[in-house]
Write a protein that binds this ligand. Structure first.
Ligand code: ZN
Length: 395
């Protein structure tokens, strides 16, 4: 089941988010990308120049970092390296020893290093890590440095530089699929992690920077024209410029987009209402807004018991091609709103039974709560909940 959801996140769910009425202009936006930040889960290496503006922290923010394990010495070393960013970005990383925290670091013997992207970490379960670092890094100071600085770059919202749409890299794809297959990555994974090119807007107007700490090394055999990039261990001039652009000392970011965080999502309560002829759904969460004013879409989507999307046939109950329901709200920054907490049925979404096929696979359905935010140009997927199962029963 898990694999099916993963496929949805990487592929099938990328579709058209259908809006009606006032939002018809979005009907052709091919932007319903699931939490692509979740996919920025790897490396050890390459890097810099791009950032996801929808997952930036506030300028000047004190970002709280908690370690779930590790010795005091290891924790202090990681903090020292992370704080290199403070010279160029107007933020502070503050170590905390109890909740609340924004970033949670876990060490283990598993040789992988990854982080959630920027403020997406805020939306996680406070008992789970948002960044993983390999304990073995402490045996190699150079690797420790480049890895920690790189991962904390992701934690600030920086994306992989080699995934810039303006690199001009000519990948030797067939050879690379074979290479990564040895590490258990299939072609979809390689496409997502290596060949995926971000949207132009994420470059923030910067130039391609092969010296970036956010760039993976590229040996010449990986390209068809001999182009290569070595191990970058330091924050580059390009990285410094981007950091200053995103987190300026002036305190005011030049380009701001609407940013939302979904916090304390607990569950989506589901009630069958025979009189109304459908399911009533009540997701329970808090929403915080920052940045600019934008349109926020709160959605529920339905999957069958195996985790496959139930494809929509009725445009009115269609979210990214999947059976669902949504409500949109124009929201300004600085709001902190609690939804279905004090009053558990104040916010309701409704899907008629007629939109849910009556088949063996849909005798039990799974409900996912999802959010999108739009600045009028792009529609950004910002939250994707774990599914809640529900027995459909007789209708
Ligand atoms: Zn990375």
């Amino acid at each position: 089941m898990k694999n099916n959801f993963k496929l949805l996140v990487t592929g099938a769910i990328i579709g058209t988010l259908i809006y009606t009425g006032a939002h018809a202009q979005y009907c052709t936006t091919k932007e319903a990308k699931a939490r692509e930040s979740k996919l920025i889960k790897f490396d050890t290496t390459k890097g810099r120049g791009l950032a996801d503006n929808f997952f930036l922290w506030d300028v000047g923010q004190q970002i709280q970092v908690r370690f779930l394990n590790g010795t005091p010495e290891q924790q202090a070393k990681v903090m020292e390296l992370a704080k290199q960013w403070e010279q160029y970005a107007n933020i502070k990383f503050i170590q905390v020893f109890a909740e609340p925290s924004n970033i949670r670091v876990e060490f283990s013997d598993s040789d992988e290093n990854y982080s959630l992207l920027g403020s997406d970490a805020n939306q996680g379960d406070p008992t789970e890590h948002t960044m993983h670092l390999f304990s073995g890094l402490f045996n190699d100071p150079t690797r420790l440095k480049r890895t920690v600085v790189h991962e904390f770059g992701h934690a600030l919202g920086f994306m992989h530089e080699h995934s810039s749409p303006i690199t001009g890299i000519n990948w030797n794809k067939d050879t690379m699929y074979k290479f990564y297959a040895k590490y258990g990555w299939d072609e979809d994974m390689v496409n997502a992690q290596v060949f995926k090119v971000y949207e132009e807007r994420y470059t923030n107007g910067t130039k391609y920077d092969p010296k970036s700490i956010m760039h993976y090394p590229i040996p010449s055999w990986q390209t068809t024209n001999g182009f290569s990039v070595g191990w970058n261990t330091d924050i580059s001039e390009g990285d410094k410029q981007l950091a200053a652009l995103l987190y300026p000392a002036s305190g005011v970011r030049a380009t701001e987009v609407p940013r939302i965080s979904i916090l304390n999502y607990t569950t989506t309560k589901i009630k069958a209402d025979k009189t109304a002829g459908g399911l009533k759904l009540y997701p329970s969460f808090n929403i915080n807004t920052s940045g600019a004013t934008g349109d926020v879409y709160l959605c529920v989507l339905l999957f069958d018991k195996d985790g496959n999307a139930i494809m929509a046939t009725d445009e009115k109950y269609n979210v990214s091609g999947v059976v669902g329901a949504y409500k949109g709200f124009r929201m300004g920054p600085g709001k902190k709103i609690s939804v279905n907490k004090q009053n558990p049925e104040e916010f309701e979404l409704f899907i008629p039974f007629s939109n849910i096929p009556n088949t063996p696979n849909t005798s039990e359905i799974q409900v996912v709560f999802r959010t999108f935010v739009s600045d009028g140009k792009d529609l950004k997927s910002t939250f994707f909940s774990t599914p809640v199962s529900y027995q459909m029963g007789a209708r």
